[in-house]
Design a protein around this ligand. Sequence first.
Ligand SMILES: Cc1cc2nc3c(=O)[nH]c(=O)nc-3n(C[C@H](O)[C@H](O)[C@H](O)COP(=O)(O)OP(=O)(O)OC[C@H]3O[C@@H](n4cnc5c(N)ncnc54)[C@H](O)[C@@H]3O)c2cc1C
Length: 479
Amino acid sequence: MSARPSVVVVGGGISGLAAAWELSGGTRGPSDATPRIEVVDVADRVGGALRTATFDDRVVDQGADGFLARRPEAVTFVRDLGWDDQLEAIDASGAWIYLRGHLDAIPTSLVLGVPTTATSLSTLRGLGRRARWSLWRDRHLPRPCVVGDDATIGEIIRAKLGDEVALQLVEPMIGGIQAGRIDDLSAAAVFPALLTAARAGGSLQKALSASGPVSPGPASARSDGPTFFTLRQGVGSLPGEVERQLRARGVIFTLATPVTALRRSPTSFYEWEVDTATTTTPANSVVVATPPKITGRLLGQHDPALAAIGTIDAASAAMVTFAVPANDVHLPAEGTGVLVPLGTPYGDDTLMITALTFLDRKWPHLRHDGRVLVRVHVGRSDDQRAQAMDDDALVTRVRAELAVLLGRWPQAGETMVVRWNEGLPQYRPGHLERVERAREAASSLGLFLAGNAYDGVGIPASIGSGRRAGRDALAALTF
Ligand SMILES: Cc1cc2nc3c(=O)[nH]c(=O)nc-3n(C[C@H](O)[C@H](O)[C@H](O)COP(=O)(O)OP(=O)(O)OC[C@H]3O[C@@H](n4cnc5c(N)ncnc54)[C@H](O)[C@@H]3O)c2cc1C
């Protein structure tokens, strides 16, 4: 009798779990050909960056709180799990931007911060005159901008629309999603529609207007339904459900156990040995779904293209969530939150807050009589002030900044501080090429890469990369 093939999934975040789902048969379920599958994670629970906590008598996400519908991978995965009834559509629309002391309504016609119509600027009272002039000029006398295979988003926006538009509109929108700077981020990887529009050579606004709604990342598609979804028990409930179903399929989970090395196996049947402090597991294929720095450390010795994954740096961020009596705060009448441009003055300093989210407006399951949930986001690739503060100092600072942004903010109320160290990979120019080379090198070795360092930083892209890695790993098992 021949030995049973074995696949190890290193990392049990949502991408690793999605890979294990495909390895165990995907929507069809396991069969006689299903390999032995083991998911190993250093943490004592699966889910990585997705988790919930009970806060103010509600189950609140501590990381991501929703996912884009336009990139279909997350919604499809939830449906494939038979969890359709858990999907909850966003229940609010619109948002605000804090421009020069005003909260201005963000026009719906912006495409990731770029206005697409002249009228879209009417609500933006705080937008500077130079920004308005640059936008007018782009519509009537577009400036040239030569881009090759890739450029930073900042290079394109600054050349075509000027520094003010970059700082006041595009940076808060894209930089906020990625926790990075548009002057560092690859247009090809993060905002491909922008690169296409720049290549077209005319007005950037007109070209983007023609491209329709876009979401960050390559696989954006049009959709008429809700723009965002969450799950009724929080997005952080998803990993636990996937784990439950995978265990029922016979997948083995080894938790609280870091993988320390991946070595070529001396035996002929198994090509790999996966080491932890106490065990060595033979494997025919390995799906590596760890953060990029760890992936580089585990795989770098096997190929320089894999070592290069370890150089993808990631930004740290923190989120402070408040539960406060609705009567004690003065929130805008509608909308899901507020964006705050980088460098907004705050005394001799600048505001640390990059965005506010009105959580219980977005998600019906979080609604409560009397108290609202407001989440504050701080931290970017080049702003690590929050890292140097303890939780009390951070909460004090953020409360004071909220009073500036919203007019007043109470000292009382429950707070929850969550820090995500190096949680958001930064896609620099050349990212797509680096990923392609790494994937090629990996698959030639029987290794498969998954996670938010490759095809997009959000949950849909992470799930998509995991399912792809799982399918590829399965296809590579030719016995
Ligand atoms: C603050 C924040 C807010 C976000 N908000 C949103 C949002 O609203 N919408 C959205 O779509 N996305 C959001 N994201 C992004 C989204 O959460 C992530 O892209 C996604 O969860 C990443 O999943 P992953 O499996 O790729 O990585 P991770 O969740 O990081 O999983 C990696 C796993 O590898 C494990 N690991 C590490 N080292 C080892 C080792 N040596 N051995 C074994 N295991 C190891 C870790 O413990 C972890 O479980 C947010 C991210 C952050 C940080």
